[in-house]
Write a protein that binds this ligand. Structure first.
Ligand SMILES: [Zn+2]
Length: 408
């Protein structure tokens, strides 16, 4: 079937310019042309005064988490919730993301829910569930003693939110095992856990979880099989090991000095800053865990500025799931990105063409052009004038199928 979508304007995310009165022709699940008159016999879909943009990409989500403010929240989800309950709520998360115009997610670890993300990704692509396209990571990797649940009675065994690896061979084996279950990414915790402190020069210091040989083995094995590695990293010591090991993206990056930012840029490593989650957790965690968390938001802004100045590519990531899917809109991240130094068009690029590059799906998603998937959104207000317009997406198409279209 041939569809032709009309609207008032189309934002060309590459140039930052608008195309007036666009016509996007869709054949099946892909875009056939942009700008040509609709072919004879096409079904015309009129999106009225809306502005068309590509479907958005959130490159850091947790569909299987539902807010993680305190240790108690986390323990509840890991220790008490039945796996099926977590999956049921994840199905809701997928619907929320799609309704908000996020047609692609990189879901970065399941926090005790095993490979449920692989199953959800596949159920969506089979058409069993409505949801965004996904790349998934399964359980993240970290080392003994660095990831909760910790410090419960030692004579009992408690579940841990990650897969523990110690030593290069153990990391290699874990990657092989994970990939055999169908994951796309490997997520590692480069630093996490005890030992975070604010330094005299106003950054954060914390130990690296992995030795270089350990993390290098993980990255080498991942890359050898066409998979990539995302590193949760809070400060330079962990980031340096991650960069030397060859990871593809740094997640959060609360503390990045200028020289480390320069190295990230030189190596082409992306940063996914996740300000929305920081904003959500910082106050509560400061009460629970002390000074580092009260300083972290300010340090993270400074680090982000270092990365922008160095030319690090910013992949749009919210860490939704770290905050509740139902309470806070993922697109709020755009407001943080622009408040902290990105132009509106660069923030939009981070959620479209730049994230597509990180995900190795350039030309397939994050762009409205012939050959790409027909993943489109419509907004009424101009997001270049008011970036919060992206919190009011009211038209969504994924793969040529309208999934959200209230009456005009
Ligand atoms: Zn996360």
């Amino acid at each position: 079937m041939t569809l032709a979508i009309r609207a008032r304007r189309l934002l060309d995310v590459r140039t930052g310019g608008f195309i007036e009165n666009p016509v996007v022709t869709v054949e099946g699940e892909r875009i056939a042309s942009v700008g040509s008159p609709p072919p004879a016999g096409a079904t015309v879909l009129d999106w009225g005064d809306r502005i068309l943009l590509p479907g958005l990409i959130d490159a850091h989500t947790h569909v299987l988490l539902q807010g993680n403010l305190s240790r108690a929240d986390y323990h509840h989800q890991i220790l008490r919730e039945y796996p099926a309950h977590r999956v049921a709520r994840a199905v809701r998360s997928l619907g929320i993301a799609l309704g908000h115009g996020f047609t692609f997610l990189r879901d970065l670890e399941t926090e005790g829910a095993g490979y449920a993300d692989v199953a959800l990704r596949d159920a969506v692509s089979e058409g069993v569930l409505p949801g965004p396209r996904m790349q998934v990571a399964g359980p993240a990797l970290s080392t003994t003693g660095t990831y909760p649940i910790l410090r419960y009675r030692p004579d009992w065994e408690f579940p841990v939110g990650v897969q523990i690896v110690d030593g290069a061979d153990s990391g290699r084996r874990a990657v092989r095992q994970q990939l055999s279950y169908g994951t796309d990414w490997v997520k590692v915790y480069a630093n996490m856990g005890a030992g975070h402190a604010v330094t005299a020069d106003g950054y954060i210091d914390s130990p690296s979880n992995f030795t270089l040989p350990e993390l290098s083995a993980v990255v080498e094995e991942s890359h050898a099989h066409g998979s990539r590695v995302a590193a949760h990293a809070t400060s330079d010591r962990g980031i340096r090991v991650a960069l030397d090991a060859g990871v593809d993206s740094i997640e959060h990056g609360y503390s990045i000095r200028p020289e480390v930012a320069a190295e990230m840029a030189a190596r082409g490593v992306f940063l996914s800053p996740t300000f929305t989650a920081t904003d959500y957790v910082a106050q509560a965690r400061a009460k629970e865990r002390g000074l580092v968390w009260s300083e972290a938001p300010r340090i993270q802004v400074r680090s982000f500025e270092n990365c922008l100045a160095a030319g690090v590519r910013i992949a749009f990531g919210t860490d939704v799931g770290g905050f509740p899917w139902t309470d806070i809109h993922q697109a709020k991240e755009f407001t943080f990105l622009t408040r902290f130094g990105m132009s509106p068009i660069d923030a939009i690029r981070s959620a479209t063409v730049v994230s597509a590059e990180l995900l190795h799906v350039e030309g397939e998603v994050g762009i409205i052009e012939a050959g790409a998937y027909a993943d489109l959104i419509g907004v009424r207000d101009n997001p270049l004038d008011d970036i919060s317009a992206l919190e009011r997406v009211d038209r969504v198409m994924k793969g040529g199928v309208v999934v959200r279209q209230p009456a005009l």
